[in-house]
Design a protein around this ligand. Structure first.
Ligand SMILES: [Fe+2]
Length: 270
């Protein structure tokens, strides 16, 4: 199974990079027969305006595969009508994709609050995801949301984690969720915990990058035993490995200098 993970497109911002989107469409088209799903983890627009949704939909519609999209805080919280505009163009903010070919259930949930700058999943969605996972216990399971469930170093202390992140982590552990995809702080990263891989995507099509990373996206390869992730530069389309995970071993290939290294003024990671 192969998944392309895009995030934080920020269409409508002066920093939106059309060239990156064109490159991504070309990249996906080149792997079309192999890619099961493209997942976009929010902030598809910069301010949730009607015209922005109209513009980004034209781009997203050109991606020639199945897609699962969730909204981010820029889509929902920045504008009183952001949620209504999102639903007008992309339908429900809670979505399900079941791939028969790869026997996989991917769920997308909304972690942004309408007009408020806090993140919450809420009881209704918690119940929904628990029910979906319970009723599809034999399938591989993926969850997509915008906000970070677990903090990422060197991604700014102003990030907001959903106030009910603990309940989500409990569901992930109960139902043995294999993979969680997130965006939000524009920092490519990965954690592994209790058998779940928590994967974060950078901004795929904007100049709103942190540190010196380029706009990028994740290419995920999964088989019955292994999970691999490459980070792909949205300009050059060059790939860099981020994670190789087997049942016995987690090989976390850290390409980003950790904040702890700055604090110690020493290189402690390979
Ligand atoms: Fe963003």
């Amino acid at each position: 199974m192969e998944i392309i993970h895009l995030s934080d497109l920020h269409y409508g911002s002066a920093e939106f990079k059309e060239k990156c989107f064109e490159n991504i469409i070309e990249y996906i088209a080149g792997y079309k027969s192999k890619i099961d799903l493209v997942i976009i983890t929010g902030d598809i627009t910069d301010h949730g305006r009607y015209e922005e949704y109209e513009g980004i939909k034209r781009y997203i519609d050109r991606i020639p595969t199945e897609k699962l999209i969730v909204p981010g805080n820029h889509d929902i919280s920045k504008n009183g009508a952001g949620k209504i505009n999102y639903e007008t163009f992309f339908g429900s903010t809670t979505t399900t994709n079941i791939s028969k070919k790869s026997n996989c259930l991917a769920l997308g949930i909304c972690s942004a609050k309408d007009g408020i700058a806090i993140s919450e999943i809420g009881d209704q969605q918690l119940r929904y995801i628990a029910e979906q996972y319970l009723n599809n216990s034999e399938k591989r399971k993926i969850l997509a949301l915008h906000h970070h469930l677990i903090a990422v170093p060197y991604s700014s202390k102003s990030l907001n984690i959903p106030i009910d992140a603990g309940e989500v982590l409990e569901i992930l552990r109960m139902f043995e969720i294999e993979l969680v995809l997130m965006g939000h702080r524009h920092v490519p990263h990965v954690w592994t915990l209790n058998g779940t891989t928590f994967l974060y995507c950078g901004t795929s099509t904007s100049g709103k990058v942190r540190a010196n990373e380029p706009p990028c996206f994740n290419h995920i390869y999964m088989d019955d035993f292994e999970l691999e992730v490459d980070i792909v530069d949205s300009y050059s389309l060059n790939k860099q490995p981020l994670l190789r995970r087997t049942p016995k071993d987690v090989n976390f290939i850290k390409y980003r200098k950790a904040r702890i290294e700055y604090l110690l003024h020493a290189k402690i990671l390979g």
